[in-house]
Design a protein around this ligand. Structure first.
Ligand code: FE
Length: 231
C-alpha cells in the first residue's frame, strides 16, 4: 500500500468526493470547497506533533492504513464468508447480527448493535450515516474519508442509484436499492452476493475476495477484489 494518508486527504476528496461532488456543488458548494474544520485541525495538530518529533508520519500512516484497510474489513470478510458457506450461520446473522458476529469473536465499541442486510439479485443495500460518520468499527475498521463526505451522505439518500453508478456500480433497473442510515445505536453491514465461479473455494479463499466497499454496498464482490478498489 503506497497511498499515504495525505494522498487520501487530497485524493479522496477528488476520487470518491469528486465523483459525487459536481452535482452537489449547486446545492451546497460551501460544504465541499475546503476540508472540514476537524480535518484542518487534525492536520494542524499532526504537523505540530511531527515538527516536534513526537510522532512519525510514516508510522501514523501505517497505523491508519492497517485499521482502515486490513484489520477491520478482514473481520467483516470473515463474517461474510462464513455466511456464504454455512446456511445456519447466515440465518443467525440475518436474525441477530450482533450475536452471530460475536460467535466469531468479533465485537465491541461502535458495533454493540449490528444489523446485517442481504443483497440478492433483486435487492441491493447501501449503508450511510446521514448525520455524521457512524460505521461498524469491529467489522469494517475506520470509516474511509469518502464515507464521511457530505456529498456521499446526501447523494446516497437523494439519488442512490446515480451515486452508485458514479462510483462504478451500475444496477439493473429491476434491482431495488435500499439505503440504511447508521446511527449511534445501530450499525449496518451488507452481506454481498457470493460471486459465480466460487463453488470450490474454501471459506478463507472466499473471505479474501470480500472488500470493504462491498460490505458498505458501493461495490459487488468479484473474483479480482483489487480491481476498482477505492481508497
Ligand atoms: Fe454518525
Amino acid at each position: 500500500m503506497t497511498t499515504t494518508r495525505r494522498d487520501l486527504l487530497t485524493s479522496a476528496l477528488t476520487a470518491a468526493g469528486a465523483a459525487v461532488t459536481p452535482r452537489l456543488a449547486d446545492a451546497e458548494p460551501e460544504h465541499q470547497a475546503v476540508p472540514s474544520d476537524p480535518a484542518l485541525r487534525t492536520r494542524a495538530l499532526e504537523s505540530v506533533l511531527v515538527a516536534r518529533g513526537l510522532v512519525d508520519r510514516a508510522a501514523l500512516d501505517a497505523l491508519i492504513d492497517a485499521y482502515e484497510h486490513q484489520i477491520g474489513p478482514r473481520n467483516g470478510a470473515r463474517v461474510v464468508a462464513r455466511a456464504w458457506v454455512d446456511a445456519g450461520y447466515k440465518r443467525r446473522l440475518l436474525s441477530n447480527a450482533t450475536a452471530a458476529i460475536a460467535e466469531l469473536g468479533i465485537g465491541g465499541e461502535e458495533g454493540e448493535q449490528m444489523v446485517v442486510v442481504e443483497n440478492t439479485p433483486r435487492v441491493h443495500n447501501l449503508i450511510v450515516c446521514t448525520l455524521c460518520s457512524c460505521y461498524p468499527w469491529p467489522v469494517l475498521g475506520l470509516p474511509p474519508i469518502w464515507y464521511k463526505s457530505s456529498a456521499y451522505r446526501a447523494r446516497s439518500v437523494i439519488d442512490p442509484r446515480g451515486l452508485l453508478k458514479e462510483l462504478g456500480l451500475e444496477l439493473a433497473p429491476e434491482v431495488d436499492v435500499r439505503v440504511w442510515d447508521s446511527t449511534a445505536e445501530v450499525r449496518y453491514l451488507v452481506l454481498p452476493e457470493r460471486p459465480a465461479g466460487t463453488a470450490k473455494m474454501s471459506e478463507a479463499e472466499l473471505a479474501a475476495l470480500v472488500t470493504r466497499d462491498a460490505m458498505v454496498g458501493i461495490a459487488h464482490v468479484t473474483l479480482s477484489p483489487s480491481a476498482g478498489a477505492r481508497a
